[in-house]
Ligand binder design. Sequence first.
Ligand SMILES: [Zn+2]
Length: 309
Amino acid sequence: MMQVRFLQYLIVSFFTGALFCACSDAAPDYGNSPATDRVFAMQMAEEQVALGSRAAGTEGAERTCAWITEKMSAMNGKFVVEQDVWQENGRTYRNVKAVYKGQGDRGRFVIVAAHYDTKVLALTPDFQGANDGASGVAALLAMAKALPEHSPLPFDLHFLFFDGEEARLEYNEQDGLHGSKRYAGQLQANKTAENCIAMILLDMVGDKDLDVRFPADTERGLLDLALDVSEKNRSLAAFNRGGAVMLDDHIPFQQIGIPAIDIIDFNYGPENIYWHTQYDTLDKISGESIAASADFALDLIWALAEKQK
Ligand SMILES: [Zn+2]
């Protein structure tokens, strides 16, 4: 997909240059979006599962936060990493933010996010959360690793690892989406929400039988672009529109006017039986699916960069 577009660009810029000698005005070339490493992606999911339960407010979550911070800090210095630690109702939450600086000078950015906490299940204290939790974070880490040392992009990328996505009981004003609500609130408070071009969320992207359906309430422009990216890359047939609306970490961003898309496969096992159960284990996910989702997100980011021209 990117090769065709790149070729078109070369042909157009050749003729533009030949006729008008306007070489210095040529549109920037972002090149092909990088490809992620499926072996690394799976390894990142395995390492998270080895950390044990990552439920918000537990030692496991604290360990995972430290692990993510360490991983992102060690990516050849590509990222500036910071933690945000806060309390809500006596529980400690932690978001990790890692910024990949682009070429733009207007402070514009795209958010790429996943949640790292896992659901508390009374009957499954050793819940792995291989797909629901670990796969999204693994996809972000694989993307981070694949990015070139010097960004060609016309905007910054803000990688966000959210805590407290899972509701203890049921989603309501006080329960669930803690990290994403916190961050969307901060964007509003410091008046930088208007600089955010798009928010791309990856959640449950590891299913061996990958079938990503974009939620029905995805912002139209971003949905069209995602379908376009999917259409042009025939190997990514698993990415398509869906009929359902998802309550997930993209919602707080939609609510403050940021175009947001949830890359999610909410069809995990027969009748979704692997979701939030003892069956959400490493053997149900694959590095191929995580990497395909991460590659799709990178393609979408590169398509957003093309749109900025
Ligand atoms: Zn969940």
